[in-house]
Structure formats: structure tokens, C-alpha cells
Design a protein around this ligand. Structure first.
Ligand code: NAD
Length: 476
């Protein structure tokens, strides 16, 4: 490391266990994917520290569950206020560890703050389910206990806020485990938790992809709230089985965009492009394959190609950057594999280059004339490469879109809303947008279909997922 790098590589990150900031049993280097320099040396927990974190959360639960919800609401609200007061610092750190352009990092932090506040505004009042002369039946919502909150590296902070605030509002305590390549903003959020919340209510540990199994199997963890790949989701489910834990799994997707023949090719191309390339394609809900009718296939591919050529790719801290790097080397290698597949099986309209030098950069890439059987079409590429698939019959396009183990999101593009609604109603996924994309209001529930997930995040249901119902049935 040169002197400048060493100055940036701070050692002031700590785990949070039982209200105390503690060093890790070991360390790991967090790499800036735009430069491949070390952003920070980060504490790494061992199994003993993981057990301490769960024990602290278990012990804090006995008090926290009895704190009145309005007091919990106040404290959760303070987390949002504290995050807001450090927004610029958090955004910069997020860009350094994750790679996304700084304005997008600001947007993520803004979304995280809004999400915390949305959950802080919700309630869990007892509901009278039946009331008569002879009976009164009431449903209460009791907390579950210790929640393991496990997050991926594409949106480290906002995805955390779909878990921690509702868990706390419902009276649970939490052990957070971020992805090893993006732990820094989560550790900073842990500092805020240490200032605002009683000791042990939130704990943060960092691993190197080696403690997830122990955390999700831990007998004192009542629920796992997990966001990540479907492959890891299966492991989480298996490891939660012996103690029958509650689970929320938000997993992978291979979202189709179905373009109808009544749209303007240029207008729709601009929307498809952003839907596929935002965050350099590293979004669970990114458009990962586009079905375009014969009549407008060529112009849509050409317009997409122009947008890809114009895209500004670079270090997210540089002004004007539209697309950052792939977040980590392993994913970079995977995305390069999909480029190879595109070259072999399809035709690259634009993009496809890997920049020489430092950083995990892949330019936005548009691929046409590729068969449905290609890996780029069947699998989740999680990178800035969009396959554009031709169709002649709309029924056929819908069947091809549904022919996937995934069912996270989808989009339908048409100037006729009735037609679009009819198509949307036939798509097997948890969310379908019509003529827009990625509109995710915090009060609207979100869930994956098929192997894209289990359970619900966001909205009142996203809060209730962190509770156990207790029905009290009274004879009058
Ligand atoms: P990943 O599954 O590799 O890792 C996710 C988290 O799981 C990390 O914190 C990782 O350390 C941890 N982990 C690893 N092994 C584990 C184990 N055996 N038990 C428990 N935890 C373990 O996913 P990723 O590569 O970090 O993220 C990309 C994936 O996440 C993509 O598939 C994407 O679609 C998905 N994702 C889904 C959503 C959604 O809401 N559905 C949102 C964002 C990302």
C-alpha cells in the first residue's frame, strides 16, 4: 500500500457485540472495486464472537420485548435521524465499498432513511377477530426473539432496512451479518445503533462467507431474514430446518421485460436500458432478458446499442459516472463468462469490452439473436449484459418468460393499458410493473414467486413477518 492508500485504510471499524464496539478475532481487507485498492481493514468475527452476539441479542430480548411500541418507535425513528445527519459520509463510503456512482449511493441512503421511517410509522395493534354475546377472539402480534439479518453486496444498506427496523418495531433483537465485500456501511450503521439503542438489541458481526451456516443454524435464533442468491437461500432453508426457524428469503431473479408491438422503439429502449443497467445490472429486480416482437426487434436493438455506446462507465466517485464497476472479483469473473457465452451464442450489438487496467469494469452490453437455451438467458447474469430475444406470438413470449425457476419481478411495456394488464396477469412473478420499473413504495408488500423467495418484505405484512400471532379466544 502507498502512503495515501494507507491513510484511507482506516482501522476504526469495529464489530458491535452487546453494545460494545469490539475488534474482530481476525481482519479482512475491503477492496474498492473501481481501483482494487484497500478501502479499509475490517474486523472479522470468529465463531466465538458470533455466539457472543447471539447471546447478547437473546439476553437483550427479555427487556426489549416489553418496551412499549411507542418507545420503540421513537428509538427506531432516531436511527433514521442519525443516518440522515451522516448521509454524505455514508454515501461516500458506500461508493467506495460497493462501486455505485455517488448520486446513486445518496439515493440508496435516502431510501434507507425513508424505509426506516415508514416502518417506524406502522403499528401492531391487537385485532378483534370475532365479537359476539358469547365469544371474543383477539389476535395479538408477539415478537419472535433473535433475528439473524443477512444481506448481499448490491444494496447493503437499503436491504438491511427491510429487516432491522421491522424486527425492532415488533420487539425482536437482531444479529446483522453483511456480505464480506461490503461490510463497512453496515458497521457504521452499527455505531449508530450503539448510540441509540440499549446494549445487545442490535449486534453486527462480519465474516468471510464462513459464519452464515452457524448463524442460521443457531438454536437461539428464532428467524432468519435473508437476502441473497437462490443457491445460498437453499442452504439457509436447510440449516434452519432442524429448529424450524421462521424464514424470509429474498432471492435471485431472472426478470423478463415483455415489450408489446404498440410502443415507440426509441422510448421503450431508453426505459429497458436503465431497467437492465442501473447499478451495473446488479439488482435482483433488474431486467435480465427482454422479449421484443418481430415488428420492432431491429429498431429496439439498435436504440439499445446506441445507449450502450454512450454510457459513461467509471469510478463512482468521479462526477458524471453513470455506471460503476462490478462489485467484486468473483462476480466480475462470472460476468466475463456470460460475455463469452454472448459472443459464442449470440451477436453483441454494443459493449462487451473489459477495460484494461485496474477495476472490475464491464461496459453495458446488448446482445441479440441469442437462443433461450443460452446461459445468459437461462441464468441470473447479475451484470450489465442484456439479451434481447425476438418473438412472433405474444402467447409464446409469455410462456418463454414464465419458463424459469425464478419469479421475482417482470415488466410489461405497451401503449394499451388493458392489454398490458392482461399480459401482466399471466406472468408468474411476485411483482409486475407496467410501463415503469423499480417503483417500490415502502408500504407496498414485496415477495418473490417460485424459487425467488419465501415470505414478504415491506408494507404491513413485512412488519408482521417479524411476529408470531397469539390468538386469545375468550368465552363470555
Ligand atoms: P450470496 O447468496 O452469495 O450472499 C448473500 C449473503 O449470504 C452474504 O452475506 C453471504 O456472506 C451470506 N452467506 C453465504 N453463505 C451462507 C450460508 N451458507 N448461510 C447463510 N448465509 C450465507 O448473494 P450475493 O452474491 O451477495 O448477492 C447477489 C444475489 O442476491 C443475487 O442472486 C440477487 O438476485 C440476490 N438479491 C435478491 C434480492 C431480493 O430482494 N430478492 C435483493 C438483492 C439481491
Amino acid at each position: 500500500m502507498n502512503a495515501e492508500l494507507r491513510a484511507q485504510a482506516t482501522d476504526d471499524f469495529s464489530l458491535l457485540i452487546n453494545g460494545r464496539r469490539v475488534p474482530g478475532a481476525a481482519t479482512l481487507n475491503v477492496i474498492n472495486p473501481a481501483t482494487e485498492d484497500i478501502v479499509a481493514v475490517c474486523p472479522r468475527a470468529d465463531l466465538n464472537q458470533l455466539n457472543q452476539a447471539v447471546a447478547a441479542a437473546k439476553s437483550a430480548f427479555s427487556t426489549w420485548k416489553n418496551v412499549p411500541i411507542d418507545r420503540r418507535r421513537q428509538l427506531v425513528g432516531k436511527l433514521a435521524d442519525a443516518l440522515e445527519s451522516r448521509m454524505a459520509e455514508f454515501a461516500r463510503l458506500l461508493t467506495q465499498e460497493q462501486g455505485k456512482p455517488l448520486p446513486h449511493a445518496m439515493h440508496e441512503i435516502g431510501g434507507a432513511i425513508a424505509t426506516i421511517r415508514a416502518f417506524a410509522a406502522m403499528d401492531l395493534k391487537p385485532e378483534v377477530l370475532r365479537e359476539s354475546d358469547t365469544v371474543r377472539i383477539v389476535r395479538q402480534r408477539a415478537p419472535l426473539g433473535v433475528i439473524a439479518a443477512i444481506t448481499p453486496w448490491n444494496f447493503p444498506l437499503i436491504l438491511l432496512m427491510l429487516k432491522v427496523p421491522p424486527a425492532l418495531m415488533a420487539g425482536n433483537t437482531v444479529v446483522i451479518k453483511p456480505a464480506p465485500t461490503t461490510p463497512l456501511t453496515t458497521l457504521r450503521f452499527g455505531e449508530i445503533c450503539a448510540e441509540v439503542l440499549p446494549a445487545g438489541v442490535v449486534n453486527v458481526i462480519v465474516d468471510q462467507n464462513d459464519l452464515g451456516g452457524a448463524l442460521t443454524a443457531h438454536p437461539d435464533v428464532a428467524k432468519v431474514a435473508f437476502t441473497g442468491s437462490t443457491a445460498t437461500g437453499r442452504k439457509v432453508m436447510a440449516s434452519a430446518a432442524p429448529t424450524l426457524k421462521h424464514l424470509t428469503l429474498e432471492l435471485g431473479g431472472n426478470d423478463a421485460a415483455i415489450v408489446l408491438d404498440d410502443v415507440d422503439p426509441k422510448e421503450v429502449a431508453a426505459k429497458l436500458f436503465m431497467g437492465a443497467m442501473l447499478n451495473s445490472g446488479q439488482i435482483c429486480l433488474a431486467i435480465k432478458r427482454a422479449y421484443v416482437p418481430d415488428a420492432i426487434y431491429d429498431p429496439v436493438c439498435a436504440e439499445l446499442g446506441k445507449l450502450a455506446e454512450r454510457a459513461i462507465v467509471g469510478n463512482g466517485l468521479e462526477e458524471g459516472t453513470e455506471f460503476g464497476p462490478i462489485q467484486n472479483r468473483a462476480q466480475f469473473e462470472k460476468v466475463k463468462g456470460y460475455l463469452e457465452d454472448a459472443r459464442r451464442n449470440g451477436r453483441i450489438v454494443a459493449g462487451g469490452e473489459i477495460a484494461r487496467g485496474r477495476g472490475y469494469f464491464v461496459r453495458p452490453t446488448i446482445v441479440r439473436d441469442i437462443p433461450d437455451t443460452a446461459a445468459l438467458v437461462r441464468e441470473e447474469q447479475f451484470g450489465p449484459i442484456l439479451p434481447v430475444l425476438r418473438y412472433s406470438s405474444l402467447d409464446d413470449a409469455i410462456a418463454r418468460a414464465n419458463d424459469s425457476e425464478y419469479g421475482l419481478g417482470a415488466t410489461v411495456w405497451s401503449s394499451n393499458l388493458e392489454r398490458a394488464y392482461e399480459v401482466a396477469s399471466r406472468i408468474e412473478s411476485g411483482t409486475v410493473w407496467v410501463n415503469k420499473h423499480l417503483d417500490l413504495p415502502a408500504d407496498i408488500p414485496f415477495a418473490g414467486a417460485k424459487q425467488s423467495g419465501l415470505g414478504i418484505e415491506m408494507g404491513q405484512e413485512g412488519l408482521e413477518e417479524f411476529t408470531q400471532q397469539r390468538v386469545i379466544n375468550i368465552a363470555k
